[in-house]
Design a protein around this ligand. Structure first.
Ligand SMILES: [Zn+2]
Length: 281
């Protein structure tokens, strides 16, 4: 799932490549991807990309008085074409969701792997018409210490859940929350209001800063692999912790999982498997 550093890298890439490009076609290949119908996608034709920006994990292209708000969700991705393939876009076949072609011959696809379609695109006059944008909390990349402390102090959630709650803090998902908690040496199950917010903020700034630096300037096709290389615990169950050598453990849920180091984060205790809990209940 693209999180703040990946979406920042996409924004940076598209600012250099897509800004100034004029739309020739916008073809929808997956009906459920587009969440709005007025204005229609054809309203993009003839418009020029004026700016590319981000709110939380949402990628936003501004074309005159219209904004194309793209939420990539867990399996969504953007693919850039220096030359858009000549083959026609077909409905409902494979990962292609939307193709935008520019008059220069370049363009991009929004794709989503798998059968569960959670990515979304909205074409609106104002980004705040998209609920996820309107409700986004302060940005994880620029939040100040006081606001961060208030966010963590004002929730009953566990720290892992608080960090990924986009209304509390925008930009962090499953991967970087695991990384932040590993750096901060905190259990993912610790209550958010009980942790030292300055300590977590320092870890978050470090993790996001390192990731942004590693991904900056990369083309979209290289960003995901570069992200994976930089992760120390997330997605690395069974591998040794790079800090202490303990085998990285995992908590599995029905449709997701988190990874942590028992020595660095939970005083040697293994957290129970939530998926098993549910089955045993
Ligand atoms: Zn460790």
């Amino acid at each position: 799932m693209p999180e703040l550093p990946e979406v920042d890298a996409l924004v940076g890439f598209l600012r250099t490549r897509a800004v100034g490009e004029r739309v020739e076609r916008a073809d929808l290949a997956e009906l459920s991807l587009l969440k709005t119908y007025d204005p229609p996608l054809t309203a993009l034709v003839g418009r020029t990309v004026d700016d590319v920006s981000r709110v939380g994990k949402a990628l936003i292209l501004t074309l005159g008085d219209l904004e194309l708000v793209c939420r990539l969700a867990r399996a969504g991705w953007l693919a850039w074409h220096d030359r858009v393939p000549a083959t026609a876009v077909r409905m409902g076949r494979g990962p292609l969701g939307l193709r935008v072609s520019f008059t220069s011959g370049a363009g991009f696809d929004l794709r989503e792997a798998g059968t569960t379609k959670n990515a979304s695109v909205a074409l609106v006059h104002d980004r705040h018409e998209v609920p996820a944008v309107a409700q986004a909390g302060p940005d994880a990349g620029s939040i100040d210490a006081e606001t961060f402390a208030a966010a963590l102090g004002g929730t009953r959630a566990r720290i892992k859940n608080a960090l990924v709650d986009q209304r509390l803090l925008a930009g962090i998902g499953n991967a970087y929350s695991d990384e932040i908690l590993h750096v901060a040496r905190l259990s993912p199950f610790a209550p958010a209001h009980g942790v030292d917010p300055d300590h977590v903020l320092e870890a978050m700034r470090g993790v996001l800063g390192t990731a942004r630096e590693a991904l900056e300037g990369l083309p979209p096709a290289q960003i995901k692999a570069a992200k994976k290389r930089g992760l120390r615990v997330h997605g690395r169950a069974g591998e040794p912790c790079p800090v202490c050598g303990t085998t990285i453990a995992e908590v599995s849920y029905a449709d997701t999982s988190l990874q942590y180091c028992p020595t660095c984060q939970t005083g040697g205790r293994r957290l129970s498997d939530r998926r098993m809990d549910r089955l045993l209940r």
